[in-house]
Structures are given as structure tokens and as C-alpha cells.
Design a protein around this ligand. Structure first.
Ligand code: GLC
Ligand code: GLC
Length: 829
């Protein structure tokens, strides 16, 4: 069953009823100011960091789930209109049934439109480029035969900045809240009197009939957001908050003649003042508002709002125009051209910090996560990718290890989570190599970057990569495989944890010395990364212009090739189980992911990563491992993480066995790992199977199943419940997941087969045999490539014609300077 439809022309998903199975959300903002918004206007906003600079409150784990947001209330001031007396035009929070409702989630904006009793309302929410504020543009139309007299109320609840403190430290927070109100603008200035130089403001384009800033005054005692007393009575109190819960509410009276339309603009913004010019007059305790006045005046003008909206659309047109496909499959086209690229950008902005499933409090920017996310967005925002690479590298430790996470606001590593996730550093090699392939910017390797953000410890980025590789080599276990540390990609395979106390963190509890448990997955990842590193090393030594003496001895390319070869040998001797790759060895030295195990006999991760690293391509074992995946792990809803699922808690395996079978790391369909198998299938030349797997988890292809899938049909979720779960097929944790980048990479680079290399764009499609052809347009190093693929035979062999001339091989040579477009004809044979 569906709850809406795709409007590909406008790049929107159109939701046709408010009661979607879960809140279906969108993101506002693409620079410093961000917000989450649901299809019923729920959600919250923050500046840069969802934990440390939260502007508005949101209560997770609530009933109903989605409560708190950017609410507008409409009230009929004419007593004759009893039916429409008061309602929420976005349905929530009052949930009065509406005569019509529609929500359009687009690229960086959301438009919610509805009608009740002849009054149409449409609210367009977005964050203009270059500004730290959000606009709510409300358009009211009177379709009645008679004049309408309405009151409009806007409402937000302010968060006292640190979202964690705000939801825990009430003995202090109930006394600190402060606001100012001037010329219709509500200023939220809690803690401005002391160490904060920032405040929030909430402005309105119309003269006010009243306002409220004290929550209890607005709602009334014992009332909730679904029945504010002020809306019921029709008159705000002009309350001023002193402590407790500061809110922002404007009341505007609107008279609409029949057919008349009116726009009202609300602005919610964030502003910082210079510390020595905070107060006006100096020495007082009132906010200096001169510095923000211009910004507020500008965006309260309808034509400026319109201009800003057009600029936002142009921004996304440009980004999404960098890689487009036209294939025989609508789900491929829609996801590549619109939603998957969009989701990849959202994961770039927010990593795993703030979604409807990530509270914005717990996690900052993950080292492993962000390096992988980069693989998906590097062609969209190469300059920002460069900055992200350097920020991440600056949190690396001298050992080559890395803080598992850092906070975007401070750019410092997170001490509470720490390091020792032994796969972390290797992802850095993959992201840097992807960045150089995309941009040709070898200079990044010479960038001086500190360790652990310590001034004086700077070393060329290249040295960081060397240490990343060395980190694994310094930590090999009894079988010669890499030690797993706290965990590898699978955060929940905690082989050194042995936790038997409720509430202990599986990720940070380490009861074992960690000298025994090993990971085959890291071995595969190492081979992949070391092969990339060998290429980097060869070219780096050739291209180097800056001769700084590295603190770390420069290793030649042969060193990395040799290291990859040795680990590959070890995988064959102790990591191959006969029909598939094993997963790990535990602290007792027992194998996991083997025929010998009763539960956890086969895992998806090593099959994907080892084949991606090229293992088994020559001896047939790659295809054999993938056949085992198909036989044991594939379901109609995607490929599960492992089988059989763990039916009980195993002290020596950790969090993986803490989940009920079929959920999360215990045998759910982790959408992040499915693309590894798709890529692996292309490596063995099986395009039909690769694309079939692609469609099983493709959100658009699952739209018809929305009542089972439940999450948004336009973005990937972290997981889909596996076959052992009673709710098999139900998705969870949408939006912030490595599934976005990896699916994007799998479909664009490996199935459609258009991928950047150091020497140019390579074209090697592995598509289903029944595809007659397809087209890709891609911007690469400033040149637009128009690629047309035509099938001439059933296989994956390619012949290329570049601008009408046949070339040998399948890498399009870099064109002469000044070239703007290149046409490529690809014959698939
Ligand atoms: C989460 C984490 C990611 C991890 C995965 C598997 O998605 O963000 O880092 O690899 O879970 O445990
Ligand atoms: C939990 C989740 C896992 C996630 C981790 C992050 O273990 O199951 O997916 O990566 O938390 O801390």
C-alpha cells in the first residue's frame, strides 16, 4: 500500500495523507543551519551541531511519536464557523481531520498544504543558502463565498542550547530561561548573560495581535500542544518567560475577502555577536540587535524569500546535474538522479548525528562512517570533501588509530567513545584515494595535518595514510590475521568485551587484552586498502614536488603490494571455510562464520569485502562465496547479515547477540552491506544478479510495500528486519546510514560501471543482459561526459568510441585542457 507518490519532474515525494506509518521526514539546510521536518511539520533545528547548539526542542520516544515542531495554528475568529474553530493546517499537533492534505518533500524544502472549510493554507519551509535561519512562508487563501476573519498563531519551543543538558539538568534549567521581545521579534537568550554570544530569534512579517514566550501561559495548565488555551480563546497573553520553558508564539489577525490570498513569513534564526559588542547599550544586559536587524528585514520580504527559494533550487539542480542516468529501470533512474544523491549529501552534512532515530545527542561525526560517506558525495562537493578528509585526519592518533567520532562544532575527537576500532584507519585510505581519483588533486597528500589536533604534530596527509596501513600490520594476531580491537565494521561484534553487567556500553567495555580475537573482515579490507595504497605510493613518489622529510619512513609501492599479498595468503589458509570466507576468531581462538558453528555460520561482510579486494576472482572462490550468500543469506527483502541468527546472548560475542534474532546486527538486512555483494557480483560478471539485489532494498522499488516497509520510500534505512524477525521486511533507522553512499557507489560505479580512476573515467558496465542500453551524463574533473551504452552481445565486454574515434581499453583518456564535453559510445558485447 502507498501513502503518496514520486513527482520526479519536481524532484519531490508527495505524501497524500498525514498518518504515514512513521513520521516521514526531510532535512532543511545544507551549510551550517539544519533542521529536520516531518510530513506533519514536526522536528527541530540546530546550528552546526545537533547536541551543542540546539535551537528548538524535540521529545524523542514520545506518544505520539512525532510531537514538537514548527507549528502553525489557524483559528476562525468568526463564531459562525464552529467546525473550523481552530485547527493545525499541518494536521499535527491538533490532528483535526482536514478536507485535503498534501506534503511535498523536496530538495532542502518541504511544502505542506491543506484545506479546511474553505480556508486553504500552504507552508513552505526552507533554509536559504548563506544564512543561518529558516523561513516558513505561509500562504492563506479564502475559498469561501464570505469574508474570513482568522487568527494565525506560530509556535516553537526553544531548547536551552545543549540538547543533552536540556533534557536532564532541570534543577538548573528551570531557572535560566530568558527572552527579549522587541518590535515583534522574539529573542531567545538563555545564558547570553554569561558565556554564550549567540541567541535565537523568531520574527514575523506582520504586525502582531499578541505574542507569548512562556509555555504554560500559551498552553494553559495541564494542556498539551494539541489544545493550547490561547488558540482556543483567541488571544495571546503577551507573556514573558522567566525560567521554565521559553517558547516563541506570534499571533496575527488576518481578514480575507472571498478569493483573497495573503502571505505571512516567519523566520527562525541563529545569530552570534562579537564578544565585545554583545550588549546594547554597552554595559547593559540587553542583546545588541543591530547586527542581526538587516538579516531579519531582508528575509521578511516576500520577493527576497522567492529569490532565496529559487537559489536553493538552482543549487540542487547544479549538484544533481553532475551525474544523471537514463536506464530502462525507473527505480534506478529515480534513486541515482534524485534521492540517493540527496541522501548522500545529508549523510555528508550530518553523518549519524541527528535523525528521527539518532537523538543528535549521542553521536558526532564517525571516522569510519564519514570516510565511507565520502565515497558517495566526493563528486558532488569535492572542495568540501577535501576539508572533511583533513578534519578527519586531524583526529587520527600517532599510532595510526583514530578517535571513533568527533564533534563538528569543536572538530575534536570524542573522548567518551575513544579509539581502537581496528578497521577505522583503513577507510581513510579508501576515501583519500577516491578523492584523488575524482579530482586529480595529488596536492592533498602534501597537506600538513596534526595528530589528535595537537599543534606541532603535523605531518603530510600521506604520512597519515602510511600509519593507517601500518596500524593493521602492527596488530596481527595468533593466526596472522588483524586483531579486531573493540569491533570492526560490525560495531556489535565485540570479541574483547565479555560484558555481564546491565547497561555497560558494549562499544567501550573491554575486559580482554585483545591479543587473540581476529577479524577476517579487516584482513579483506586491508587487502583492498593496501592495493590502493600501493598505487598511491607509486604515483606519489613520481609526482612529489614538495620534499618535506616525513616523520615516518616512506615505504615503496612494493611494500604495500607485498603486505596485501601476505595477508591474502593468510586469508586463504585460515579465513576460507571451503564454501565461503570465515568471519573472525574469538578470544578463545575459536572460529566464527564457519560450518563448525551452530549459529553465525556464514556472515555477509567478509564475502563482500574479500571479493571487492579481488580475492578469489582467479580461482573461482569469489563466485563460490557469492553463491553461498545467495543460498544462505538472500531473502526477497535483501541479504541478511548472518545465518543462523543468534538465539541467545553469548558473553564472548557481545552486542551482536544482544538483539533479538532478525534485528540490527543480529541477522537483519543491513542495507549498508548489501551493496558490497552487488559490487562483488559485478566483479564476477553477474549483472542480472547484482541489479536484482539492488532492487530488493531500493526504497523506490519498495514503495508498494510501504505498509510493511514503514520507513520513507525515498531514502535508505539502516536495516530491514531479517527473516528470523516476526516483522520481516520492516525497515528502521532511515536516512543516516552508510547504505546511502555504498548503494550509490554500487549502482553508478559498478553496475552502470562509470568510475573515476587516476588516469581518467573508466567505463565497464555489468548490467542485466536484457538491458538494451542506457545513458549516463557525468561531470568529471570539469568535463561533461555524455556516455551512451548500446548492447551488441550478451556479455560485459566493452568497446569504446570517444568523440567518434575507437580507443583501446576502457579508460577514457583525460582530454586536452579547455575541453568541455566528451561524447562516448560504449558497445557492450
Ligand atoms: C552503524 C554504524 C556503523 C557500523 C554499523 C554496523 O550503522 O554507524 O559505523 O559500521 O552500524 O555496526
Ligand atoms: C549500536 C548499534 C550499531 C551502532 C552502534 C553505535 O551498537 O547496534 O548499529 O553502530 O550502536 O554506537
Amino acid at each position: 500500500m502507498r501513502f503518496g507518490h514520486f513527482d520526479d519532474e519536481r524532484r519531490e515525494y508527495v505524501i497524500e495523507r498525514p498518518d504515514t506509518p512513521l513520521p516521514w521526514i526531510n532535512y532543511l539546510g545544507c551549510e551550517d543551519y539544519f533542521g529536520l521536518i516531518s510530513n506533519t511539520a514536526g522536528g527541530y533545528s540546530f546550528y552546526k551541531d545537533a547536541r551543542l547548539r540546539r535551537l528548538t526542542r524535540y521529545r524523542y520516544n514520545n506518544a505520539p511519536l512525532d510531537m514538537g515542531g514548527r507549528y502553525v495554528y489557524l483559528r476562525d475568529d468568526d463564531p459562525q464557523h464552529a467546525r473550523s474553530r481552530a485547527w493545525s493546517p499541518t494536521w499535527m499537533p491538533m490532528r483535526r481531520s482536514l478536507d485535503s492534505y498534501q506534503c511535498r518533500h523536496g530538495m532542502g524544502y518541504t511544502i505542506i498544504k491543506s484545506q479546511l472549510d474553505g480556508i486553504e493554507s500552504q507552508t513552505c519551509y526552507f533554509v536559504p543558502l548563506g544564512a543561518s535561519l529558516e523561513i516558513w512562508e505561509l500562504t492563506l487563501t479564502n475559498h469561501r463565498a464570505k469574508r474570513a476573519d482568522l487568527s494565525v498563531f506560530s509556535a516553537v519551543e526553544f531548547c536551552l542550547w545543549d540538547a543533552n543538558d536540556d533534557s536532564t539538568n532541570f534543577q538548573r534549567n528551570y531557572s535560566t530561561g530568558e527572552v527579549e521581545i522587541l518590535d515583534g521579534v522574539i529573542y531567545h537568550k538563555t545564558e547570553y548573560r554569561e558565556r554564550r554570544d549567540h541567541f535565537a530569534y523568531f520574527a514575523c512579517s506582520e504586525p502582531l495581535a499578541g505574542f507569548d514566550t512562556d509555555r504554560e501561559a500559551f498552553l494553559g495548565p495541564y494542556r498539551g500542544w494539541d489544545s493550547p488555551q490561547v488558540v482556543e480563546k483567541g488571544q495571546a497573553f503577551n507573556s514573558v518567560a522567566h525560567g521554565w520553558q521559553p517558547v516563541g508564539v506570534h499571533q496575527v489577525k488576518v481578514r480575507l475577502e472571498p478569493g483573497e490570498q495573503k502571505k505571512i513569513i516567519f523566520l527562525l534564526g541563529y545569530h552570534e555577536n562579537p564578544r565585545d559588542d554583545k550588549f546594547d547599550p554597552p554595559g547593559s544586559q540587553t542583546i545588541n540587535k543591530r547586527t542581526v536587524k538587516g538579516m531579519i528585514e531582508r528575509y521578511l520580504k516576500p520577493d527576497e524569500v522567492e529569490k532565496a527559494f529559487r537559489a536553493l533550487r538552482a543549487y540542487w539542480d547544479d549538484l544533481l546535474g553532475r551525474l544523471t542516468v537514463s536506464s530502462p529501470d525507473v527505480h534506478t533512474n529515480r534513486m541515482v538522479n534524485i534521492w540517493n544523491a540527496y541522501q548522500v549529501m545529508i549523510t555528508f552534512n550530518l553523518s549519524r548525528s541527528a535523525s528521527y532515530f539518532e537523538s543528535g545527542i549521542g553521536r558526532g561525526i564517525g571516522f569510519r562512517d564519514s570516510n565511507q560517506d565520502l565515497l558517495g558525495f566526493v563528486h558532488l562537493v569535492p572542495g568540501r570533501a577535501r576539508e572533511r578528509i583533513l578534519d578527519l585526519a586531524a583526529t587520527q592518533l600517532p599510532s595510526g588509530g583514530a578517535y571513533h567520532q568527533y564533534q563538528l562544532l569543536t572538530k575534536r575527537g570524542n573522548n567518551d567513545v575513544g579509539s581502537n576500532f581496528n578497521d577505522d584507519p583503513l577507510w581513510q585510505v579508501l576515501s583519500v584515494s577516491a578523492y584523488i581519483k575524482e579530482t586529480g588533486d595529488w596536492g592533498i597528500l602534501d597537506e600538513p595535518v596534526p595528530y589528535d589536533n595537537r599543534p606541532g604534530s603535523e605531518e603530510a596527509l600521506y604520512g597519515h595514510l602510511q600509519r593507517s596501513i601500518q596500524y593493521t600490520l602492527d596488530r596481527l594476531g595468533p593466526h596472522g590475521l588483524p586483531l579486531i580491537g573493540r569491533a570492526d565494521w560490525n560495531d556489535c561484534l565485540n570479541l574483547n568485551c565479555f560484558s555481564d553487567s546491565p547497561g555497560q556500553s558494549f562499544q567501550t567495555t573491554t575486559n580482554k587484552e585483545g591479543r587473540t580475537a581476529e577479524s577476517v573482515f579487516i584482513a579483506g579490507l586491508f587487502v583492498l586498502a593496501a592495493k590502493e595504497m600501493a598505487e598511491l605510493a607509486r604515483r606519489y613518489s613520481e609526482s612529489r614536488t614538495v620534499k618535506t622529510k616525513p616523520a615516518f619512513e616512506l615505504q615503496p609501492a612494493t611494500f604495500y603490494r607485498e603486505a596485501a599479498r601476505k595477508l591474502e595468503e593468510i586469508v586463504w589458509s585460515v579465513g576460507w571455510d571451503g564454501k565461503w570466507f570465515r568471519r573472525a576468531y574469538d578470544d578463545f581462538g575459536h572460529v566464527l562464520g564457519s560450518q563448525e558453528n551452530d549459529e553465525g555460520r556464514i556472515f555477509i561482510e567478509p564475502q563482500g569485502i574479500c571479493v571487492m579486494a579481488g580475492l578469489g576472482l582467479e580461482n573461482g572462490r569469489a563466485a563460490q562465496a557469492l553463491d553461498s550468500v545467495s543460498e544462505h543469506l538472500a531473502t526477497p527483502h535483501g541479504i541478511v547479515l548472518q545465518q543462523p541468527a543468534f538465539t541467545r546472548y553469548y558473553l564472548h560475542l557481545g552486542e551482536i547477540s544482544s538483539y533479538p534474532p532478525g534485528y540490527k546486527e543480529n541477522a537483519s538486512i543491513f542495507c549498508h552491506t548489501n551493496p558490497w555483494i552487488m559490487i562483488a557480483e559485478t566483479r564476477v560478471g553477474r549483472g542480472a544478479r547484482a541489479h536484482d539485489y539492488y532492487l530488493r532494498t531500493n526504497p523506490s522499488a519498495r514503495e508498494e510495500l510501504s505498509d510493511l516497509h514503514r520507513c520513507e520510500p525515498y531514502v535508505y534505512a539502516q536495516m530491514i528486519a531479517g527473516r528470523d524477525a516476526p516483522t520481516h521486511g520492516e525497515a528502521k533507522n532511515s536516512w543516516l546510514t552508510g547504505a546511502a553512499a555504498w548503494n550509490y557507489v554500487a549502482i553508478t560505479q559498478w553496475i552502470l560501471g562509470v568510475r573515476p580512476t587516476f588516469d581518467g573515467l573508466e567505463v565497464a558496465p555489468v548490467v542485466p543482459p536484457d538491458w538494451k542500453g542506457f545513458e549516463v551524463e557525468r561531470l568529471f574533473r570539469g568535463v561533461r561526459y555524455r556516455i551512451r551504452v548500446e548492447r551488441r552481445g550478451p556479455g560485459n565486454g566493452v568497446r569504446l568510441e570517444v568523440d567518434g574515434k575507437p580507443i583501446s581499453g576502457n579508460i577514457i583518456p583525460l582530454p586536452k585542457d579547455g575541453t568541455t564535453t566528451v561524447s562516448v559510445l560504449v558497445l557492450l558485447e
